[in-house]
Write a protein that binds this ligand. Structure first.
Ligand code: HEC
Ligand code: HEC
Length: 436
């Protein structure tokens, strides 16, 4: 799948022996540190074979077609996509009629919200991640506590601080709305005949749970099936949200096609952006985790991001995998369409101690449009993210896998400049970017 970089990456380039020229370069570098970074960027756009291989592996041209999701038989069904599209933007999917998925995952902000912490019916404790290209991920949420995109979608609907609705209200909405009922039945088959009650859920408050308990097993089952199918429709819609070719991809294509020597600097990427790319795949070691065409290894790492003030540091993936295993809506559960043998990710997931405090590596595509950053929105802008990696602070829980980088300010600015080459409109038909 995603290529893993070789150990040669971790070796910083050798510094040339001290000489008059070296001394002069040192002076120029110091001037750069004072803000004259123009002088300190390298003048060569030549790449080694290893660098060329790495650059190629990051190109969007390497993104394979989206694989089927065995746990969601309707993941590519047009009626399911149309239903998910409409539901995604529908605020009736909330207790106060004011919250839709699109409230927090806004198309105009690459499906994020620009906030430090998400605001639904009340303020949550996590920062809203982008949904673009996410269907390639085997795990969902910063701590990976969900193993499918359809199962993930169910959680915010019943969460008190997000949509705060109940699964019976959702089933009622599908049944009572002619358009929804038609799309639902086209994708998932007949809706049940019995009268669905309002305000019932096994996860609700006292009265909602009591209402749920008063239903028969069959009624509970029918409602939960509609609920799971709503998740499957929302996942089918989100599979349409894929990133588009950015300047970096054009550069990678040209560089690989032509002899690298012929790619003139500043043509597609500026000198600073090229220097940033060189650092990204080399000395700064970003590519050990942010690799492949989506700039993520889809894995979990502890990178020493401090918890927000007043919050306990999160166990993150260490707890996340345990939660995923117990989830009734996981790949092995009764609402999944997969055979147990197809649930490889869940059955063989690692749960070692180094996952304490480890969060999911996010994509870096379009990252300059999705500030603030990290699982709690702890870091305000990209310049501060680069400083974070340069310092590699001690983790509050377990240990920070990233090591201090010792980069100079112009190098940090170059890394940041490179991030801006990953921005592009989605490769998605514009009708999916607004309510139907
Ligand atoms: C109140 C704001 C809010 C609403 C409403 C909301 N989300 Fe989210 N979403 C978040 C936050 C915050 C996270 C990260 C939470 C965490 O990791 O613990 C998240 C995570 C996700 C993820 C996983 C992202 C990843 O990187 O793994 C997906 C997929 C997602 N949401 C889809 C949806 C869908 C579909 C809906 C509508 C049913 C929805 N969200 C409603 C804020 C929201
Ligand atoms: C050890 C793996 C690892 C390395 C090395 C690494 N990252 Fe990350 N990166 C992560 C993880 C995990 C997160 C999310 C951390 C969190 O939320 O607590 C992240 C978050 C980010 C974010 C914020 C994205 C967002 O949407 O919030 C940016 C930007 C980023 N990294 C850039 C870089 C750059 C540039 C480098 C090299 C200097 C780098 N990373 C090195 C794993 C890594």
């Amino acid at each position: 799948m995603t290529p893993s970089p070789t150990s040669s990456l971790s070796k910083p380039p050798r510094l040339s022996k001290f000489s008059k020229i070296g001394f002069a370069l040192g002076v120029i570098a110091s001037l750069g540190a004072l803000g004259w970074n123009y002088f300190s960027v390298p003048t060569s756009a030549q790449w080694s074979d290893e660098e060329r291989r790495l650059i190629a592996s990051l190109s969007l041209d390497q993104l394979p077609p989206l694989r089927a999701d065995p746990s969601n038989a309707k993941a590519d069904d047009p009626s399911a996509v149309a239903l998910g599209h409409a539901l995604y933007f529908d605020k009736r999917l909330s207790a106060n009629g004011a919250v839709a998925c699109a409230t927090c995952h806004k198309p105009e902000l690459m499906f994020t919200d620009g906030l430090k912490l998400a605001v639904g019916t009340s303020v949550g404790d996590r920062h809203t991640p982008s949904l673009v290209g996410l269907s390639y991920s085997p795990w969902f949420y910063w701590d990976g506590r969900k193993d499918s995109q359809w199962s993930q979608a169910l959680a915010p609907l019943e969460a008190k601080h997000e949509h705060a609705t109940t699964r019976s209200d959702l089933a009622l909405l599908i049944k009572s709305n002619a358009n929804y009922a038609a799309l639902y039945e086209a994708a998932f088959g007949s809706l049940p005949k019995f009268e669905i009650p309002a305000n019932s859920s096994p996860l609700g408050d006292d009265s909602e749970r009591a209402a749920w308990q008063s239903l028969s097993d069959e009624e509970q089952q029918s409602i939960s099936i509609i609920f799971a199918n709503i998740g499957k429709a929302l996942a089918a819609y989100q599979r349409k949200l894929v990133p588009g070719r950015a300047r970096f991809d054009d550069y990678a294509e040209r560089m690989l096609r032509d002899d690298s020597a012929k790619v003139s600097q500043g043509d597609l990427l500026s000198p600073a952006e090229l220097q940033g790319l060189r650092l990204f795949i080399g000395k700064a070691m970003c590519v050990t985790c942010h690799n492949g065409p989506l700039f993520t290894n889809h894995e979990f790492h502890n990178t020493g991001v401090l918890a927000n003030p007043g919050e306990l540091p999160s166990m993150a993936r260490y707890d996340g995998i345990r939660t995923a295993r117990l989830d009734p809506f996981n790949c092995l559960g009764e609402f999944s369409d997969a055979d147990n043998s197809e649930c490889i990710e869940l059955r063989f997931a690692r749960d070692t101690n180094d996952l304490v405090g480890a969060h999911k590596t996010p994509t870096l595509r379009n990252v300059d449009l999705t500030a603030p950053y990290m699982h709690g929105g702890q870091i305000a802008d990209l310049a501060a993210v680069m400083r974070h990696y340069n310092e590699a602070p001690t983790s509050m829980l377990s240990h920070n896998e990233a090591k201090p980088l010792g980069l100079r300010p112009p190098e940090l600015r170059a890394l940041e400049a490179f991030m801006h080459t990953l921005t592009a409109p989605l490769a998605t038909d514009s009708r999916w970017l607004k309510a139907p």
